[in-house]
Ligand binder design. Structure first.
Ligand SMILES: [Zn+2]
Ligand SMILES: [Zn+2]
Length: 210
């Protein structure tokens, strides 16, 4: 199975098989998440979370590449929705912070903007997805090629990884800034406004998921 997927590291190979089963289809974003999760874990010097030793704050939203990426990160870190140590922040980014709760340390990993904008967005796999083909129906050879490509890129070309820092609990910030939605005319607080064609909209009128 998956003999065409080129993974030499036995640990990553086994992890990939589990992740593929869990995720449900072959795509390039899940293995990027898998690699990113492993990178963060190794930088912190920790094993996968068996219970709640680690906490994952994912900056992803519900869009497809982001959703796939998070499944990979969850498998690599052992931080899962079910265990309650994975929180989705919905920032619309391929990025996350992994927290070692035992030692109160954290590290942030993000996928390089250049890779997302130029390589991922223009890949033949994504071109198929933009045409509306569900990921599981994309030609298998295209999907395998996309996966092998992302697996072959060196870490330094794919990711930005922060230094390990003390874990800082995020302050809850309030806002009094509100603007009118171009669609419905209702007032919306700044944090929940969305930009579409250069205009401000509420989430409902924007047509975005969140
Ligand atoms: Zn996927
Ligand atoms: Zn509106």
């Amino acid at each position: 199975m998956n003999s065409e997927i080129k993974i030499t590291d036995p640990e990553l190979k086994e992890m990939f098989e589990h992740a593929l089963y869990f995720h449900g289809h072959l795509c390039p974003a899940m293995p990027i998440g898998l690699r990113a999760g492993n990178l963060a874990r190794k930088k912190l010097g920790v094993a996968r979370s068996q219970d709640k030793e680690l906490m994952l704050l994912s900056e992803t939203s519900s869009g497809h590449a982001m959703a796939c990426f998070l499944d990979g990160v969850m498998v690599a870190t052992g931080c899962t929705y079910g265990k309650g140590n994975c929180k989705k922040l919905n920032y619309g980014k391929l990025a996350f912070t992994l927290i070692d709760k035992i030692n109160n340390k954290q590290v942030r990993v993000s996928v390089k903007a250049d890779f997302i904008i130029n390589a991922l967005q223009n890949s033949p796999f994504i071109a198929e997805r933009k045409k509306g083909t569900p990921p599981q129906e994309v030609d298998r050879e295209l999907a395998v090629a996309a996966v092998n490509k992302v697996l072959s890129i060196p870490d330094e070309d794919l990711f930005i990884i922060s230094d390990v820092t003390e874990c800082q609990l995020k302050k809850v910030s309030g806002t009094f800034e509100a603007h009118l939605c171009k669609g419905c005319g209702e007032a919306v607080y700044a944090k929940w406004l969305r930009i579409k064609n250069g205009e401000l909209y509420c989430i409902t009128c924007s047509g975005y998921d969140d």
